[in-house]
Design a protein around this ligand. Structure first.
Ligand code: RP5
Length: 162
């Protein structure tokens, strides 16, 4: 098994149904990746250990997914120079607006590349991670191009019943 290039961290196993959309896309592109539950408030020391060791372990991008006062991606980003992408979970109380704002509204100095709330964000986080890796991997870039072309063809082939 190749060393993982992308690390997906989520705040709870209850996020997995959404976050696995990112895992499925990375699988589809054969991008070695790992995924695990680590919480910034329930397991802060483990989040720190993960972030501090990520670059040395060969990771290139980290995806952080959390809901509520979702500071997980920001806490990861604060402790690594790797690019961190954030997926706000759709929380029951505020439909993910809480997660979105607490992920996207990072004060200047520590960026988190925040994607959309929920499954669209999970898919796009994986695609953005692939885009970052593709900058130095021409074969991966070709696959990303093919993915886009296939997507375009499928949109143009859509038929509406009238
Ligand atoms: C966050 O709290 C998690 O990312 C999850 O979205 C939310 C609720 O977690 P559970 O109470 O379902 O474990 O930390």
């Amino acid at each position: 098994m190749n060393r993982p290039l992308v690390g997906i961290i989520m705040g709870s196993a209850s996020d997995w149904d959404v976050v696995k959309e990112a895992h499925k896309i990375l699988d589809e592109f054969d991008v070695p990746h790992e995924y695990r539950v680590l919480s910034a408030h329930r397991a802060p020391a483990a989040v720190t250990e993960y972030a501090l060791s990520a670059e040395k372990r060969g990771l290139k991008v980290i995806i952080g997914a959390a809901g509520g006062a979702a500071h997980l991606a920001g806490v990861l980003a604060a402790q690594t120079l790797l690019p961190v992408l954030g997926i706000p979970m759709e929380s029951p109380a505020l439909k993910g607006m809480d997660s979105l704002l607490s992920t996207v509204q990072m004060p200047a100095g520590i960026p988190v590349g925040t994607l959309a709330i929920g499954k669209a964000g999970a898919k796009n986080a994986a695609l953005l991670a692939i885009g970052i890796l593709a900058l130095s991997d021409p074969k991966l870039r070709d696959r990303l191009q093919l993915y886009r072309e296939t997507q375009t063809k499928s949109v143009l082939a859509q038929k509406l019943e009238g």
